[in-house]
Structures are given as C-alpha cells and as structure tokens.
Design a protein around this ligand. Sequence first.
Ligand code: AMP
Length: 218
Amino acid sequence: MNIILMGPPGAGKGTQAKKLVEEFGLTQISTGDLFRKAHAEQTDIGIIADYFTKFGRLVPDDVTNEMVTEYFKNNLKDMKNGFILDGYPRTIVQARELEFMAAHFGFKIDAVINLEIDPEILKARLSGRRTCRQCGTTFHIVYKPPRIEGVCDVCGGELYQRADENEEAVKARLDTYLKQTKPLIDYYQMKKELTNINGAQTMEDVYKDIKKCLEGKK
Ligand code: AMP
C-alpha cells in the first residue's frame, strides 16, 4: 500500500508515519528528513536546501522533485510493503511530477490522507518540540516530555530544537503551508482522492482513523 500523508507542519505526520512503518512494514519517505540528512552530509542538494528550510520556505520544486526521483530510482525495489510519503508532494507541480513518477516506475498511490488541525494548536506544538539527534524521535516540553530533560528516552541521544522550530520560523512555515500547500488539498479533493482526518485528536485516535481509511481502500 502506498500512501500520501498530508497536513500542516506539526500536525503529527511524522509520528503517524512511524506507527504505520512499525505495524505494516511500510517505508517512510520524509523529504524534510532527506533534506536534513543531505545538509548534514553537505551534499549540493543539502547546501541549496538549507537556504530555504532555515527560513521556513519550500525548497524549489525542481530540486525537490529531482531528489525524490533519485530516491525512488535507488530504493523502490526494496519497498516490498509499500511506502508513505511524509511531506511530499507540497505543491501542485510536485503532485504532477509524482503522477509522472508513478507512471514511469509503475506504482500507484492507494490513499491520500490529510490531517486537519487549527494553526494556533500547531504553533504551540511546534515551538515546544524537541528532536533526538541520533534516532529522530520527537518529544514535547509540555505534551510529551522526556524522562530526563534533554535526553532521548529511546536511545539516550541528545535532544535539540530544530532551527526551523523557533517562533519566527514556525510562523513562516505555517504561512508557506497556507499559500503553497493548501491548494494541493483542493487538488486532491477535486480528484476525489482525499480523506480528511481530525488531527487535533489524541495520537491514538488519529491512528485509528488512518487505519479505518486504509481498511476501506483494500
Ligand atoms: P518537514 O520536516 O517536512 O517539516 O520539512 C522541513 C523543511 O524541508 C520544510 O520547511 C521545507 O523547507 C523543506 N521541505 C520538505 N519537504 C519539502 C517539499 N516537498 N517541497 C519543498 N520543500 C520541502
């Protein structure tokens, strides 16, 4: 099963994707993670992407599409149980390119899920978020604090605040989402491919709704 998981930054896409990976053996493809990894390795794409990500802006479509195409080219054969796209596509140009990739590589998207949530809740969620440098697990200083401050419960790694999760960058990311990604929701809605899920529920209830949607697609 191949899924697109959409929703504004902080809606819980990454957390839900990780649960789907564990239960169904899907491969999570997070373009945000791929850009962060590329930046840590100082590749050309990583250096270009950082100019945009640090200000909460989208990386240009051609750079993003090229990275995702390369990723499919190198990894699709290993994705035996399917994949979850987490954070891609984010523009209509990317959605069109994904349709081209599907035809080219011979896969089909089975579900497009959108986590809906009020922007005010997101601001609080994002600016309190802390991420493990080692394993990527996320915590929240109020809603999901680690047992020891600054230390990951899972692997003992150091927790840090992502550069794009300070108040100014969070605001920019939400503005970017409203301007550039929201139209994509209308695009999938018009194609009658979209399932909306209330992202303000508990993590467990959101996951239950996602599973219900996937059951209906079998
Ligand atoms: P995320 O971890 O999904 O919130 O992504 C972090 C940042 O990476 C975003 O704010 C963008 O700057 C960049 N990014 C991730 N995915 C995309 C995409 N599909 N198109 C353009 N930029 C992206």
